[in-house]
Design a protein around this ligand. Structure first.
Ligand code: FE
Length: 184
């Protein structure tokens, strides 16, 4: 009797899995084929708007091309632990690129010590290089910040930043790649 019930549960679980595995994949919204982003030279000078290919990869391709911690944040919207990331205290002058596609997304000149344990910026390197949109997480509405070229999840935008703008871009270190400003 007990064994029978157990087998029944296994069968139901198996059927559920088969349904899950064979369900039609509904394509979500994707990055546009071409996107306009602002490029910067290595010393941090803004070069202007350039049209480039959007970076569109399957989930499997992203898994294969990123370290697991970066994949979990960029592609699964995970959040790294506070005070654990590489850049939360850094004051080095340089550019912060998206770890998924190298687009310049933040700049040390807008970075400040928020004390939150995550890198914080008052603005992106260029408005065109990030996408901001509402994100609902366990009923909590927040503004999500994504890379405009690959739609990698970078972090969130809050309104408790320093004056005059009052904005705090709260970004995950593992979603970023840093390079020092280079002159000449
Ligand atoms: Fe990106």
């Amino acid at each position: 009797m007990v064994r029978r019930a157990f087998l029944g549960i296994v069968a139901a679980g198996g059927a559920g899995y088969a349904w899950f595995a064979t369900r039609p994949v509904v394509p979500g919204p994707q990055v546009a084929r071409r996107v306009s982003i602002v490029q910067f030279d290595p010393s941090g000078v803004r070069l202007g708007l350039v049209e480039v290919d959007g970076v569109r990869k399957t989930d499997l391709e992203w898994r294969g091309s990123l370290p697991l911690d970066s994949y979990m944040v960029l592609r699964q919207k995970d959040t790294e632990l506070a005070f654990a990331g590489e850049f939360h205290k850094s004051q080095r002058p340089g550019l912060y690129r998206c770890a998924g596609c190298e687009t310049v997304v933040f700049d040390s000149r807008a970075k400040y010590a928020s004390g939150t344990g995550w890198p914080a910026f008052t603005e992106p390197a260029a408005r065109e290089n990030v996408v901001e949109g509402w994100d609902v997480y366990f009923g909590l509405r927040r503004i999500e910040v994504k890379c405009a070229r690959c739609w990698g999840h970078l972090g969130h935008l809050f309104d408790d930043g320093p004056p005059p703008g009052g904005l705090r871009y709260c970004i995950n270190s593992v979603a970023l790649k840093f390079s020092d400003f280079r002159v000449g």
